[in-house]
Design a protein around this ligand. Structure first.
Ligand code: GDD
Ligand code: MG
Length: 353
């Protein structure tokens, strides 16, 4: 079975990050999220991928190429202009056959696809949508569904008070190829605003099934930072690429930490990253591969991208640092429990030697 990954959007809400890297290459603990996702799906037996791309398609293709390095096979469906979420699927028609899976590429989850496929087979609809529950559904596609799981209504980004439920589209679909007959060719079309409502109106069988486990759309700067907090707090089941050298400290190969630097866990230090003398790094910091923290700088609760530099004596907190930008997100002050843990960590700094 093929999986189509919708990876062509502009990533507007992740600016300025997406001016440096497209959303599908945005690093999550030093690996593009899309890579984590493909590896997760590969481990469930899915090896054929179609990437629907437009924005920075060249960067995405030069990173993933034909997928061989990940043990998968990747084909690309390029759009001349953005075709929207349905148009992108239609544009990949020549690469799809039989039943297929679709994933929004910016959703962080480790969903098990077997129960979803089993549900789809049992209900016999044209589409099964993976659902999750959130407190405020107004930023998502919201569904009204029957006890049997049939979707009666799909409303994209309704006003909060008009949302029919708290069950939202998790950005994961099982589809039959006949869905493609419902999408017009060569024009921008939204699966959420046009195709799903049309399929529901014609009662062709659109079902929804709740998916278990952690789920987050990382498409805004605040949520991207939230994701890293969740990974460090072990709420998000994202696999760390590096070995843990001490409790809460993951170090890549050839990372160099000066003996006079202080590392406060939890911290990820990327391959070839450099932490110079007198620095404090942590807690809740992910340092990208080959990132440099210059002498006397202090970095906490932040994500430093691959190849970025924190200048000498700089204080960086609650920020994402790229090679070309530093952004500050409005995050809630840490909870009492987190503060207590941080204070405990500060009492016992880990010195890297
Ligand atoms: N190829 C291609 N072409 N991909 C696109 C296009 C396009 O024109 N437009 C968007 N995408 C990709 C994005 O890159 C992203 O991976 C995915 O489609 C979803 O687009 P977003 O822009 O992130 O949508 P959203 O987050 O506002 O809403 C969607 O996701 C929610 C879950 O987080 C909708 O599917 C909602 O219904 C859903 O609840
Ligand atoms: Mg999104």
């Amino acid at each position: 079975m093929k999986a189509l990954l919708l990876a062509g959007g502009l990533g507007t809400r992740l600016r300025p990050l997406t001016e440096e890297l497209p959303k599908p290459l945005t690093p999550v603990c030093n690996r593009p999220w899309l890579e984590h996702l493909m590896v997760h799906l590969r481990d469930q037996g899915i090896r054929e991928f179609v990437l629907a791309v437009k924005t920075h398609a060249d960067k995405i293709q030069s990173y993933f190429q034909d997928g061989q390095a990940l043990g998968v096979h990747i084909e690309y469906a390029y759009e001349q202009s953005l075709l929207g979420t349905a148009g992108a699927i239609k544009n990949a028609e020549h690469l799809l056959d039989g039943r297929f899976l679709v994933f929004n590429a910016d959703i962080v989850h480790l969903v098990n696809v077997a129960p979803l496929l089993e549900f789809h087979e049992r209900h016999g609809g044209l589409v099964t949508i993976g659902l999750t529950e959130v407190n405020d559904p107004s930023h998502y596609g919201v569904v009204e569904l029957t006890k049997q799981g049939e979707i009666l209504r799909f409303v994209e980004k309704p006003k909060r008070e008009e949302a029919p439920s708290n069950h939202i589209n998790a950005g994961i679909y099982v589809m039959e190829t006949s869905v493609l007959d419902w999408i017009p060719k060569n024009r921008e079309t939204s699966i959420e605003r046009e195709t799903f409502p049309a399929l529901i109106d014609h009662c062709v069988g659109v079902y929804g099934m709740p998916v278990d486990g952690y789920w987050l759309d990382m498409g805004t700067v605040d949520r991207y930072m939230q994701l890293h907090d969740d990974i460090f707090a072990k709420r998000a089941p994202v696999h760390m690429s590096y070995r843990m050298t001490r409790e809460g400290v993951w170090m890549g190969k050839e990372a160099r930490v000066h003996p006079g630097a202080t590392i406060i866990p939890p911290v990820v230090i990327g391959e070839g990253a450099v932490v110079q003398s007198g620095c404090t790094v942590g807690p809740y910091v992910s340092l990208g591969d080959h990132a440099v923290v210059r002498a006397g700088a202090s970095v906490s609760r932040s994500i430093v991208w691959p190849g970025a530099t924190v200048g000498s004596e700089e204080l960086v907190s609650d920020a994402v640092v790229g090679r070309t930008f530093v952004t500050q997100a409005c995050r809630p002050a840490p909870s009492a429990a987190v503060r207590e843990q941080e204070t405990a960590n500060e009492r016992e700094p880990v010195m890297q030697r």
